[in-house]
Design a protein around this ligand. Sequence first.
Ligand SMILES: [Zn+2]
Length: 328
Amino acid sequence: MDKDLLVGIDLGGTKVAAGVVDHRGQILAKAARDTQPERGPAAVVATINEATEAVLSQVKDGYSRLAGVGIGVPGLADVDSGVVLFAPNLRWDNVPVAAMLRQHREVPVYVDNDANAAALGEQWAGAARGVKDMILLTLGTGVGSGLIFEGRIYQGAAGYAGEVGHITMDENGPLCGCGRRGCLETYASATAVIRQAREAIESGRETSIKALAEASPKGLEARTVFMAAAQGDAVAQGIVDNLVRYLGLAVANLVNILNPEMVVIGGGVAAAGEQLLGPLRREVHQRALPGPAQSVAIIGAQLGNDAGIIGAASLVLRGRSPKFHVNV
Ligand SMILES: [Zn+2]
């Protein structure tokens, strides 16, 4: 039987999302479970196994058609050994997740950082199909990134490459989760947008953000601020402008250094679409050198909520030769 199916596992601090993906990047079945990382790595791995079995059982001949399992993790992974070196949201240090997966047949397992996986997914089946040199930035709780050069993820000397979220924009800026100040993440993440909106509301500035947030069951989100800005709210527009300015500076610097063909913007904040991308393109064109600015396309990610699953599945196709075989 053809090994034509992949399993992608999007391992987050809150949810484990698993999916069976075909060779064109279409999801055939998916399932989600709570991660509950406080139970420890062994219990989380058991949950990954259970979710994998749940999705494979939904597809005809799922097990015998399985080519491999890819896992995207919210942290630093050693892709050669399948070890998660450091994942603060999971409270994981040196967890050999690939080796811990135990099922009933032998398939290769690939592990990589979730943003790297998402970049590969966009290149395989999303916005950057066929593009060899690209950068993915995900604007969510933090700012993640994956760098692909000559068709492959750039890992750097020790696997740390691509920490674009921690480029210093202002050494005296807001405190970042990494312990440093003024990182890009403190200006261009959903968290940063919400923080500035809260500060504006608490300082008593006149803005419609508060009323919009109160009218929404989800409360104050980054999209609330973009919505208010679209309706002409000056405070909200100021927050959006601030994000565009810092993100534009960072992207212009990346474009000057790396001359990518495409910069793909994903994550929750990217749902703002052209309201974000239009001003961002103008900012990058103003700041970057003319040559690299003219040769880069800045576009939105296409895989949306499924980016994590499809990206993780793509690790199987784009992974190097399998380092880890487990019995499934
Ligand atoms: Zn930082």
